[in-house]
Design a binder for this molecule. Structure first.
Ligand code: B12
Ligand code: SF4
Length: 500
C-alpha cells in the first residue's frame, strides 16, 4: 500500500535483514554494509542542503545478532516510518519475512527494497513479494534520496527514475536512472552509523581475521562473464574514483577507527593500469602503512604492477579464472583471457612472495569431466606456486546468461520463480549455505560435480571434520539427510576423510 499523505518528518531505518538464527558460517569475515552507508551519506548531505528533515539509522542485524523474534522491539524502540532493506538473492526470503513482521506491526511503514536481487529480479520481486512499496533499482544513492523527497512532498512517483512500484494493482517500472558520473562527488559512506570496530575480515584468505575496513575504488566492470550480473546491475561500465579521493578515505578510516587492514572490493581494481599504479604510489608515498587485498583479472596483471601493489601493502589479489579449460573460457564464459596467463600470474605471485587466490567454478554449461580435470590441474599448479585457489560450484543467479541458459534448457524446476521458496535438487553441506539459490547442473552429474569438489578439498587439505559437525547441525529435512549421505559417500571415495 502506498502512502497517501506526505510524511512530515522522515525517520528512516536501513537494515541488513534479520534471520531466524544468526549464522555460524560468517566467522572468518564480516564486512560493513557499505551500500547502505552510501545511501545515508548521500541522502544526508542532500537533505541538509535542501532542508528536508530526515533521521537515519542503519541496523546491521548480523552484527547485532538480531533474529526475527527481536524485530518488533526494534520497531517499537526506533519508530521508523520508512524502512529500507537490502535484498541479495541469498537473503531474499529473510528480507520478505522481516517485511511481513514490519507490515503486521504497522502497515503504514513504507517499505523500500534495493540491492542486487531487487534490481535483477525486480518484476518478480515487486509482483510477488507482498509488502514492498518501492524497489530502488541499481545504483541507489540518487534514486533513494529522490524517493525520500517524494515521500516528504507527497509526489506523484511516476517521475522518479530508477524505481519500481505497485499502484492500484498495477506494476510500474520507471525508466532506469543514469549512473553517477563523478564518483568523487559521492560523500564517503556514513561510517558513523555503523559499529566499525565490530567488522573483521581476512588478508590471508580466511586463515585468520582482523579488524577490517572495506572500500571501493571503482564501480562496475566492462566484461560480460556468463555467471555474473555485474553488467546488468552496474551498466557494464567502469567508473573510477581518483587516487586522491581514495587516499583521503583511507586516512579517515585509519584516523577515526584505527583501521589499517582493508579490502578494496571492486569488481576489478586494475582495469586501468595507470590509475592502479597511481593509487599504489600514493599509498606508499603518503606513508599510510596499511595492508590490503583486492580483486583483479589475470589479463591486467604484470610483474611491474604486482610489485608496485605489494610495496604499497597489498597482501594478496583474488583473480577470477573460472576454468582451466580454454574452450569453457572462450565459448561458454566469454571471459576473454588465456589460461596460460593464469599460470604466468601464478608464477609472478610466487616470485613476489605474495599469496594470491585464484578462483574457479565447476559445473559450467556444457562442461565435461575432461574440462573439469583441466581446472583441477590448474589448481594444482597454483598450489605448487604457493598460491591459493578456491573452487565454487556454479549457481544460477538472476540476470545472468547462466540463468538464460538454464531457462532455455529446462534446467530449473517447472514451477520455478525467484519468489517461490522451494527445495532444489543438489546436495551440499548445509541449508545455510544453500541460500535458496539453485545449483546449476548441465552435463556433469551431481556425483561428478561433488567428486571434483571433493578432490579440490583434498588438494587444499580442507578440515572436513570441523565442517561436518556444522553440516550435521543444519539438517532440517529428509532431503538434507539424503544430500549429506550422498556427499559423505563421495568424500569417502575421494579419500577426503582420511587426509591429514
Ligand atoms: C562485498 C560483496 C560481498 C560481501 C558482502 C559484505 C557486505 N557486508 O556487504 C561478502 C563477501 C560477504 C559477499 C558474499 C556473497 N556474495 Co557478494 N558481493 C559483494 C560485492 C563485490 C560488492 C557489494 C557492494 O558492497 N557493492 C558496492 C555498493 C555501493 O553497492 P551495493 O551493495 O549493491 O548497494 C548499492 C545498490 O545496490 C543499492 N542498494 C543496496 N541495498 C539497498 C537497499 C535499499 C533500501 C536501497 C534503496 C538501495 C540499496 O544502493 C547502493 C548504493 O548504490 C558484489 C558485487 C558488486 N560489485 O556489487 C557481490 C555480490 C553482491 N555478491 C554476490 C554473491 C553471489 C555473493 C555470495 C553468494 C558469494 C558466495 N558464493 O558465497 C555471498 C552471499 C552473501 C549472502 N549470504 O548474502 C552477487 C549477488 C548476486 C545476487 N543476485 O544477489 C554479487 C552481485 C556479485 C556478482 N556480480 O555476481 N559478497
Ligand atoms: S566475473 Fe568479474 S570480470 Fe567477469 S563480468 Fe563479473 S566482475 Fe567482470
Amino acid at each position: 500500500m502506498l502512502p497517501n499523505a506526505r510524511i512530515g518528518k522522515l525517520n528512516v531505518l536501513l537494515m541488513v535483514p534479520p534471520r531466524e538464527k544468526q549464522s555460524v558460517f560468517l566467522r572468518t569475515q564480516y564486512l560493513p554494509p557499505i551500500g547502505l552507508a552510501y545511501l545515508v551519506s548521500y541522502a544526508r548531505k542532500k537533505a541538509e542542503e535542501e532542508n528536508i528533515p530526515i533521521d537515519f539509522t542503519i541496523l546491521d542485524s548480523t552484527i547485532e545478532g538480531l533474529v526475527f523474534d527481536g524485530l518488533k522491539k526494534v520497531l517499537i524502540d526506533l519508530r521508523p516510518n520508512v524502512i529500507g532493506l537490502n535484498f541479495y538473492t541469498e537473503n531474499r526470503f529473510d528480507a520478505l519475512k522481516a517485511i511481513q513482521i514490519i507490515k503486521n506491526h504497522d502497515p503504514n511503514i513504507v517499505i523500500v527494497a534495493g540491492g542486487s536481487h531487487a534490481t535483477l529480479a525486480s518484476d518478480d520481486t515487486i509482483r510477488r513479494f507482498n509488502g514492498i512499496d518501492f524497489i530502488v533499482r541499481g545504483e541507489g544513492e540518487a534514486t533513494f534520496y529522490e524517493l525520500l523527497k517524494g515521500l516528504h512532498g507527497n509526489w506523484d512517483f511516476s517521475q522518479v527514475a530508477g524505481i519500481s512500484y505497485k499502484r492500484n494493482g498495477q506494476i510500474h517500472h520507471n525508466p532506469d536512472r543514469p549512473f553517477i558520473q563523478d564518483l568523487d562527488s559521492v560523500p564517503f559512506p556514513a561510517w558513523d552509523k555503523l559499529k566499525m570496530d565490530r567488522y573483521y575480515g581476512s588478508l590471508d584468505w580466511y586463515q585468520t581475521n582482523e579488524k577490517m575496513g572495506m572500500l571501493f575504488t571503482s564501480r562496475g566492470c566492462p566484461f560480460h562473464c556468463n555467471f555474473c550480473s555485474s553488467a546488468q546491475a552496474w551498466g557494464n561500465r567502469y567508473r573510477m574514483r581518483s587516487a586522491g579521493n581514495i587516499i583521503e578515505e583511507i586516512v579517515q578510516l585509519k584516523k577515526k577507527f584505527g583501521i589499517s587492514a582493508f579490502i578494496f572490493f571492486d569488481d576489478t581494481m586494475t582495469i586501468v593500469r595507470k590509475r592502479a599504479m597511481e593509487i599504489c604510489e600514493q599509498i606508499s608515498g603518503n606513508g599510510l602503512d596499511i595492508r590490503w587485498q583486492t580483486h583483479s583479472r589475470i589479463d591486467t596483471m604484470d610483474a611491474g604492477l604486482m610489485d608496485k601493489m605489494r610495496l604499497a601493502g597489498c597482501a594478496g589479489i583474488m583473480f577470477g579464472v573460472e576454468s582451466g579449460s580454454q574452450r569453457i573460457i572462450d565459448e561458454v564464459i566469454k571471459k576473454r583471457v588465456k589460461i596460460e596467463q593464469a599460470g604466468e600470474v601464478s608464477k609472478l605471485g610466487k616470485l613476489s612472495g605474495m599469496v594470491n587466490n585464484f578462483s574457479y567454478i565447476v559445473s559450467h554449461p556444457t562442461e565435461t569431466m575432461a574440462d573439469a580435470e583441466l581446472t583441477l590441474e590448474m589448481i594444482a599448479r597454483h598450489l605448487e606456486d604457493k598460491q591459493t585457489a578456491v573452487l565454487n560450484i556454479m549457481r544460477t543467479y538472476p540476470g545472468t546468461k547462466v540463468e538464460e541458459y538454464a531457462i532455455k534448457h529446462n534446467l530449473l524446476p517447472k514451477d520455478f520463480a525467484w519468489s517461490r521458496e522451494m527445495e532444489f535438487e543438489s546436495g551440499i553441506v548445509s541449508r545455510t549455505l544453500k541460500g535458496n539459490v539453485p545449483f546449476f547442473r548441465d552435463v556433469l552429474t551431481w556425483e561428478q560435480i561433488f567428486t571434483v569438489n571433493s578432490r579440490y578439498l583434498k588438494m587444499i587439505k580442507y578440515p572436513i571434520y570441523k565442517h561436518a559437525i556444522d553440516a550435521l547441525k543444519n539438517i532440517r529435512s529428509a532431503r538434507d539427510v539424503a544430500d549429506l549421505a550422498r556427499l559423505g559417500l563421495v568424500h569417502i571415495k575421494t579419500g577426503l576423510f582420511s587426509s591429514k
